[in-house]
Design a protein around this ligand. Sequence first.
Ligand code: PLZ
Length: 446
Amino acid sequence: MTTLTNLPQERRLVTAIPGPKSLEALQRRSDATSGGLGMSIPVIIERASDAILLDIDGNQIIDLGSGIGVTTVGNAASRVVENVIEQVQKFTHTCFTVAPYMGYIEVCEKLNAMTPGTFKKKSLLVNSGAEAVENAVKIARHFTKRPAVVVFEHSYHGRTNLTMALTAKNMPYKEGFGPFAPEIYRVPMPYPFRWMGNPATITEDALEMVIHKIEKEIGAHNVAAILIEPIQGEGGFIVPPKGFLPGLSKFATENGIVFIADEVQTGFTRTGHMFAVEEEGVVPDIVVTAKGIAGGLPLAAVTGRAEIMDSSHVAGLGGTYGGNPIACAAALGAFETMEAENLVARARHIGEILGGSLRALAAKYPVIGEVRGRGAMQAIELVIPGSKEPNSDAMNKVIKYCQSKGVLLLNAGTYGNVIRFLPPVVISDELLKDALGVLEEAFAAL
Ligand code: PLZ
């Protein structure tokens, strides 16, 4: 778990957050960068390693967000950095569809082997999660010769035109950015904490509602793909009830519909499995990956059944930068790290510490309505005590308090009231416990 930059894995504050240098630089940020960009923590980063971010004022911040679930193997992880340095000295780009190279092929071979399913698989590499989702939909439509795509309430799939249409939440992702792509159908998502029906029959009831909508309103024979995040990320770490994903996948198979798992946020050891669908033995036809795939370099992939992935005519798929050689070298370093450091087991261990602390907090502070998630992907949903009314004010206060003490947390949720925990999976127990101590102080201070 050593990195070349090798910052000591400890929290250290030498100024207020933001410090004077960050404050000055943030003025330049607002002058130079689009006002449409958000910002979770108002500091400028100079260096980072594993779970520590160093800002330009010398503050060391504990990173419980991993740049939105990306630096799973740690920031600037040594195997990633070494591979990148080696590759950048050899060549920076050829375009895989102009003149191919081994890194791209090796990443695809690994993905074909790592993803669930013993059948023959093939992969396509692109630059971002959204681009991978778009390509998965393109491929599923081409393969099935059908137009419709089924997506879920609370889903997030990206910010391009098609993926905005696939995404559920209007503000901030869609507001004013339409018109959106057609033939996208949204169906109910069983959100256990907010399910209005009988909790005992949530799985059957939700499946019945979804299947009814598909059969009666769309026509199953018109559906190219059912696209779902096995645990919804931006939507607030919503874990579907047991049996829901297997039921959906079975319905898809019976109706010739391509079942696509968007594992962009859940993939690569994050949930204590290499992929989150493994929890219930679900085998998707296509798995979409990004984020954790390459230790911070921009890379994303579509991996699926060979007959589906081969459906397109030659040159029907592509892109200038997809599977850039430096990003591929980084991915090979990231895969090696996941295996060598046994990060699947590490994510489960983190889950025990994190889940244990969060449940203890929830028992003490009724503002925490629910603790949920799996492994190193967990969240708390904040409510007005005694109700389920979303409490975004408490969420903002807790996140702000933690930031001021050098702990970076991310928000989430359709109702803007969820705090999510996505630490690098290599984070040490000590650092994680230090951060959770700050979180406890934040609730005490509420
Ligand atoms: N699918 C499940 O979580 C990206 C969005 C950050 P890109 N989530 C972080 C933001 O505010 O833009 C995501 C995801 C799932 C697809 C995507 C899209 O991945 O790499 O951001 O395009």
